[in-house]
Design a binder for this molecule. Structure first.
Ligand SMILES: NC(=O)c1ccc[n+]([C@@H]2O[C@H](COP(=O)([O-])OP(=O)(O)OC[C@H]3O[C@@H](n4cnc5c(N)ncnc54)[C@H](OP(=O)(O)O)[C@@H]3O)[C@@H](O)[C@H]2O)c1
Length: 398
């Protein structure tokens, strides 16, 4: 794209305002925000004439050649992004939920309309994981991508393990500081990490997996018992998203808490930071670390996408288009720690083998191998039970 970038911005919240600030501080870059569409009329720090309330004010404006979508509603975002692509506009989006739920269609719409949709900010904020997977890890060496993909839950777990706070104290502090929403379930139940993992999986292995088919369990059920168990073994607990290459062109993925020892890179990822470990043949392990959220860090990724558009950049979806297809395999077994109080719930857990068992006055636990597919079948039920699950890190049939 040679002409000046004229941006139509959807959303003027944390990321939208961050982008406005960051663009102001890069005057050498020939781009301007011409219109901003928001939801509510209210006083803002820019002239009222900048703001619009009808999406078509941007979508039907022939002068606007880039749409930046940073709103907080995934259904509205879907309609906006779809329409923008159909109207031949290039789009930058940060909306991981919308993208993860509509990846297949978003890939198709780009092709059909010969436009580009970039979304670096949707996974791990300022860490350039998507473009790295697409451009640098664009060969057959990649084995796994493992990460702390959610800053809010990491902030909470950091305060629990490093500052001896209880889960509820740490959650409250995260909410007071703006690291967690008043309804934190999106973050602490693992959904935010899940949506990012779905996007990362497409760029790692070319496979589009539906979010509802992936085992996802968060940290909201963690108890003092679990924390003490981890501490005694000198572990921390981290909420981890992982996609891994297995035998025979298969991949496996999940979002689960995990016991993490000092020997792991992610052990030292603290507070609201994100960290991603990329493992491959030949290079072994590489580690990317940085701010996964916040107005300015996130908008730095949005800005990078805008500049990429200026250079005509599109995702080629190389793994999807040029490599042998990977299939999502759920029959591998992982070793889990299952803490429970009511022994009745054990009937739902089909352990292949058990290596350790404890029965106490208040809580019990079992450690053993269980198939991912068996846990996926009861994924919704898991969240309603008084249990906590964490991976030990051991796997079978992988
Ligand atoms: N915050 C982060 O650190 C971060 C990091 C990575 C990715 N993201 C993603 O970036 C997106 C934006 O997050 P945010 O934190 O900036 O949200 P936010 O602070 O809650 O702001 C949301 C903005 O979207 C506007 N909006 C909502 N529905 C709209 C609609 N239908 N049409 C037009 N505008 C609409 C709101 O308008 P009003 O101002 O009128 O209410 C508001 O300006 C989300 O997808 C989020 O997942 C955020």
């Amino acid at each position: 794209m040679k002409e000046k970038l004229k941006i139509g911005l959807f959303g003027y919240g944390v990321v939208g305002q961050g982008l406005y600030d960051v663009l102001q501080s890069t005057p050498a870059f020939d781009a301007s925000i011409d219109k901003i569409v928001v939801k509510h009329k209210k006083e803002r720090n820019l002239p009222e004439t900048m703001f619009h309330y009808n999406p078509d004010d941007i979508l039907d404006d022939p002068d606007i050649n880039v749409v930046v979508e940073v709103i907080d509603n995934s259904e509205d975002a879907y309609n906006i992004v779809k329409k923008a692509l159909q109207k031949g506009k290039n789009v930058v989006s940060a909306n991981k939920k919308m993208l993860a739920e509509h990846l297949e269609e978003m890939v198709r719409l780009q092709k059909e309309n010969n436009v580009s949709l970039l979304y670096e900010a949707s996974a791990c904020g300022s860490i350039p994981i998507i473009r790295s997977l697409e451009e640098y890890y664009d060969n057959d060496l990649l084995l796994s991508v493992t990460g702390i993909l959610n800053g809010s839950s990491n902030y909470i777990l950091s305060n629990v393990f490093d500052h001896d706070q209880s889960y509820s104290e740490a959650l409250k502090e995260a909410q007071d500081l703006g690291f967690a929403e008043s309804d934190p379930s999106f973050d602490v139940e693992g959904y935010d990490s899940l949506y990012k993992l779905i996007i990362i999986t497409l760029h790692s292995f070319g496979t589009i997996v539906k979010p509802e088919n992936v085992l996802t369990f968060g940290i909201s059920n963690i108890s003092e018992f679990d924390i003490n168990y981890a501490r005694e073994k000198r572990f921390k607990i981290k909420l981890v998203g992982q996609v891994e290459r297995l035998h025979d062109q298969n991949i496996s993925l999940f979002v689960l808490p995990r016991f993490v020892g000092r020997d792991k890179y992610i052990y030292s990822v603290e507070e609201e930071f994100n960290g991603v470990v990329v493992k491959g043949k030949a290079y072994d392990k590489q580690f990317m670390f940085g701010k996964g959220a916040g107005g300015h860090p996130t908008s730095s990724a949005v800005l990078s996408d805008i500049t990429a558009l200026a250079h005509g950049y599109k995702y080629e979806y190389k793994k999807r288009n040029y490599f042998k297809k990977f299939t999502y395999f759920k029959e591998g077994a992982v070793e889990i720690y299952l803490r429970y109080s009511d022994p009745e719930i054990l009937k739902y857990f089909n352990f292949d083998s058990v290596s350790e068992e404890y029965k106490g006055p208040e809580y019990n636990y079992k450690i053993g191998f269980i198939k991912l597919s068996d846990l996926i079948k009861i994924n919704d039920k898991l969240r309603e039970m008084d249990i906590f699950i964490a991976l030990t890190g051991k796997k079978l049939n992988y």
